[in-house]
Unconditional design. Structure first.
Length: 419
């Protein structure tokens, strides 16, 4: 057994050295990673894709007066009789009470909704609400769900959807990239317009790994493949598991010392099994800031840190505490529902939250916002690809723990109690 282990370690070392050389070669290539959005860390931001698409739909026109980009797009997604109708385009169209559509295209006979999803999760009944708007609009309609790979929307988004034939899944790979290539042909002699489109093509290719570098020669036989799988499953995952644990626990232990923190709680299973059991929950730590009792129930106002698919977030909101099976349980209460339980406790903390004057606050069960690292970038713990900034934490976890602990203490907790 010991002999096999020595052989495995030797083989792994050879593969690591070989892959380092290949990585150097890769970085010298003309790669799709070299695009502006990727370099500034904004390639996965849906709002940026929405802005770029809107520019292509409404602000760039070929000199020769042939098909507009929007006409080419509608043809690409299968809309017929385009030449007979004139379409208006509205980005981030607000249609209360049904929500906000990424895009609405409308002619006298047809309403088209385009919903873009990169990594964000679907909203509750999101596509069903858009369908309700279309039905009330009393026109023929079509709803397109645009993702990187063309996957279906979640059940929570389409629950109750009436006409499934009016919903179509499209992808950046099969629809947007070919459309952009068609657009590029129309402006091939216009340098700035062509450059703009090429940059966006590069962004998308990098996102969908269309232009993914093949590590030729790295895997020569089954034994090599098994060694690489071992490196990922047993070495990198274990290392990142330890980094995540040190990151969250390190922040927790530092902030716990603040005099305003009543109690620091963490859910070990969700943290320590994140890279092993993806169903174990959201890795998170919480700081209980004030306790409130009413009708024999216990509530807390708290600040929490959660690791979600879209980044690291800070949460401000209300917990209900209860014991079950001899275990302590804490459940989020929807933010506004606390007002019905006790308006004084709600208004006291809601006022403090508003006085933080954070323009980036969003609302789900709690008020939440993205926590950024010391370089003002998002931290994606679920991304451990070669270009991921998360891998930098292997060298810099202590620095980021110190930075975020200080930031949260000074800009969140202290300000809440000074307001």
């Amino acid at each position: 057994m010991e002999e096999n282990k020595e052989f495995d370690n030797k083989k792994l070392k050879e593969l690591i050295d070989k892959s380092k050389d290949l990585m150097k070669d890769y970085l010298s290539r003309d790669s799709s990673e070299l695009n502006i959005l990727n370099i500034i860390g904004k390639a996965a931001d849906e709002h940026n894709h929405s802005k770029i698409l809107n520019t292509l739909f409404t602000k760039i026109h070929p000199k020769n007066g042939r098909d507009s980009f929007i006409t080419l797009f509608l043809k690409k997604i299968g809309i017929e009789n385009i030449d007979e109708d004139e379409f208006s385009v509205e980005r981030e169209y607000r249609c209360d009470p049904y929500g906000q559509m990424d895009f609405k295209f409308e002619s006298k006979n047809l309403c088209i909704v385009l919903e873009i999803k990169i990594y964000a999760e679907d909203g509750q009944n999101q596509l069903r609400r858009y369908e309700q708007y279309c039905l009330e609009n009393k026109k023929d309609y079509k709803i397109f769900y645009l993702t990187l790979d063309g996957h279906k929307p979640s059940e929570q988004s389409i629950e109750g959807f009436e006409n499934e034939n009016k919903l179509e899944c499209i992808s950046f790979k099969e629809h947007i990239l070919p459309w952009l290539e068609d657009c590029l042909k129309l402006v091939k002699d216009e340098e700035i317009k062509a450059s703009f489109i090429l940059q966006y093509i590069s962004t998308l290719k990098n996102l969908i790994e269309e232009d993914k570098y093949k590590m030729a020669g790295l895997i020569e036989k089954t034994e090599d493949a098994r060694a690489i799988a071992f490196l990922y499953e047993k070495v990198l995952k274990d290392e990142m598991q330890e980094i995540l644990k040190n990151f969250l626990y390190g922040i927790g232990e530092r902030i716990e010392k603040n005099k305003n923190v009543l109690e620091y709680i963490h859910f070990d299973n969700s943290i320590e099994d994140y890279y092993i059991e993806k169903t174990s929950g959201v890795p998170s730590i919480y700081f209980l800031l004030e306790k409130f009792e009413k009708d024999e129930k216990i509530y807390y106002f708290n600040f929490g840190i959660e690791v979600i698919k879209d980044g690291l977030i800070g949460c401000l909101g209300f917990y209900e505490y209860y014991e079950k099976n001899n275990e302590n349980n804490y459940d989020w209460i929807k933010y506004e529902e606390m007002k019905n339980i006790d308006s004084y406790f709600f208004e006291k903390w809601d006022k403090k939250v508003r006085q933080l004057n954070r323009k980036d606050l969003k609302t789900f069960n709690a008020k939440w916002f993205y926590l950024l690292d010391s370089q003002r970038k998002k931290i994606y713990f679920n991304d451990i690809s070669p270009s991921s900034r998360t891998l930098d934490l292997i060298d810099n976890v202590d620095r980021e723990v110190e930075y975020l602990s200080k930031y949260i203490t000074e800009n969140i907790i202290e300000k809440l109690f000074n307001n």
